[in-house]
Design a protein around this ligand. Structure first.
Ligand code: NDP
Length: 448
């Protein structure tokens, strides 16, 4: 698509303003290129200030996180909260603890979060935060001390009507518990300030499952457009954390066969499928013992490929559930050559631009992360609703609502793509549907 001068100028402006932030520029470029049909059609959006404002976070907080390790040594990490846009509701988005965390990665995630949250139909703005703290190999006590120090600063900027963080890579139930406990202590308030909470202290049923389940529901909707179902499909999955575990669980429940899982050291290939029993073992390995996926191969006699990703394994459907840019253009070609015709992204921006190009050119079913993985934040929104009502819903009720939201997101993206002349292109559909709602709200509110 040849870009109109307005988009070219805006991208140039964003590039100059944010040098050395490749992931952020990648995310802005993808969104702004794909919303061009909406900008061309409606002159309301041709005000350059809308695009410039959207690419500029409302607020970026960076802070020191000092803590003491088990050996008594003093450690310092860096903490962040990027409050990107609250046109649609309180800021909402996860916290990531990973050694790679930097402003570029958090800004890309916060920017994506704006459009994703818009698509969920729930009133939530976009944000992201975290730290370059690496939880791998840390004791529970070290993680506790780190989380308490992190919250000592973060509490000033968040609140149940202001900004409601959740988990992401490296931040699961344990970390949310430690963070919530310390927020409560600092403020003397028991409010829904975080989501992903424990079930007996304000959490929602299905929140842990939501990202993975939602991503599979989205795949079902994509397949339905070709009168197919997920039953019997061979699926490759990357990652072995929260998103991956519940993707595999839902695939099993629906009669599909997941054959791979991975971590940052390599992947396992189990041609017989990762059954419910084997998945329960993976959950204990990853969530309790905090071991490596390699141990699966030793336990169940599967193949292990050190230092590799699972995209060379033949499959019908692929579910990237680990991290950004984990599918290169070359990987995408291999997947397609091997017969894969559906990619549903549970991770955020897992496909490099060259990979997305191939999925779109070859017209395979492609669910971009901001639509396909929106079930996580949508169920966080449902947790906020239950906290406000002070009434929990049943498992069945929350799962039904999650399913309905994923069906609605797919329908919205699918119809919007067709309406703007790109039938089947859910990148265009999701980006335009998400953008229009946020841009309209910003205009209504005087572009603030
Ligand atoms: P977890 O920390 O639970 O799991 C992350 C998994 O990905 C681990 O297996 C981890 O391996 C692997 N991984 C992380 N970084 C890399 C890397 N650089 N290279 C290879 N493997 C890596 O995180 P989640 O499952 O929560 O998140 C996974 C993805 O899903 C992320 O992109 C996240 O933004 C996205 N997401 C998550 C949501 C949620 O509700 N949790 C909501 C929406 C999106 P290792 O242990 O070796 O690091």
């Amino acid at each position: 698509m040849k870009l109109i001068p307005l988009i070219q100028e805006t991208l140039e402006f964003v590039r100059k303003r944010n040098p050395n932030e490749p992931e952020f520029l990648q995310a802005v470029t993808e969104v702004y290129e794909s919303i061009q049909p909406a900008i061309q059609r409606d002159e309301t959006y041709q005000d350059i200030r809308i695009l410039e404002s959207l690419a500029e976070p409302d607020r970026q907080v960076i802070f020191r996180v000092p803590w003491v390790d088990d050996k008594g040594n003093f450690q310092v990490n860096r903490g962040y909260r990027i409050q990107f846009n609250n046109a649609l509701g309180p800021y909402k988005g996860g916290l990531r603890f990973h050694r790679s965390v930097n402003p570029s990665i958090l800004k890309f995630l916060g920017f994506e979060q704006i459009f994703k949250n818009s698509l969920t139909t729930l009133p939530m703005g976009g944000a992201k935060g975290g730290s370059d703290f690496d939880p791998h190999g840390k004791s529970d006590k070290e993680v506790l001390h780190f989380c308490q120090s992190f919250m000592t600063e973060l509490w000033r900027y968040i609140g149940s009507d202001t900004d409601v963080p959740a988990g992401d890579i490296g931040v699961g139930g344990r970390e949310i518990g430690y963070l919530f406990g310390y927020y409560k202590r600092l403020t003397n308030e028991f409010t829904g300030v975080l989501t992903g909470k424990g079930l007996n202290w304000g959490g929602s049923l299905i929140r842990s499952e939501a990202t993975g389940y939602g991503c599979v529901f989205f795949a079902q909707e994509m397949l339905a457009t070709r009168s197919e179902t997920i039953q019997g499909k061979v699926c490759t999955v990357s990652g072995s954390g929260n998103a991956a575990q519940y993707t595999v669980e839902k695939l099993n429940q629906l009669g599909a066969k997941a054959v791979t899982m991975s971590d940052s050291d390599g992947f396992i290939f189990d041609k017989d499928g990762i059954s419910e029993e084997k998945l329960a073992w993976v959950m204990a390995l990853k969530n309790v013992r905090r071991g490596r996926i390699k141990e699966y191969a030793e336990k169940f006699g599967a193949n292990y490929f050190a230092g590799q990703r699972p995209w060379g394994i033949e499959c019908d459907c692929a579910f990237p559930c680990a991290t950004q840019n984990e599918i290169s253009g070359e990987d995408a070609k291999t997947l397609i050559d091997n017969g894969c015709y559906l990619v549903s992204e549970a991770a955020n921006m897992p496909s490099e631009p060259a990979a997305v190009d191939q999925f779109l050119t070859k017209k395979i079913l492609f669910g971009p992360g901001k639509a396909a993985n929106a079930g996580g934040v949508a169920t966080s929104g449902l947790e906020m609703t239950q906290n406000s009502m002070r009434l929990p819903w049943t498992r069945d009720e929350v799962e039904k609502r999650l399913h309905h939201i994923m069906v609605t997101i797919h329908k919205n993206a699918f119809q919007t793509a067709a309406e703007y002349g790109h039938p089947g292109n859910l990148v265009v559909g999701a980006n335009i549907a998400g953008f229009v709602k946020v841009a309209d709200a910003m205009l209504d509110q005087g572009l603030v």
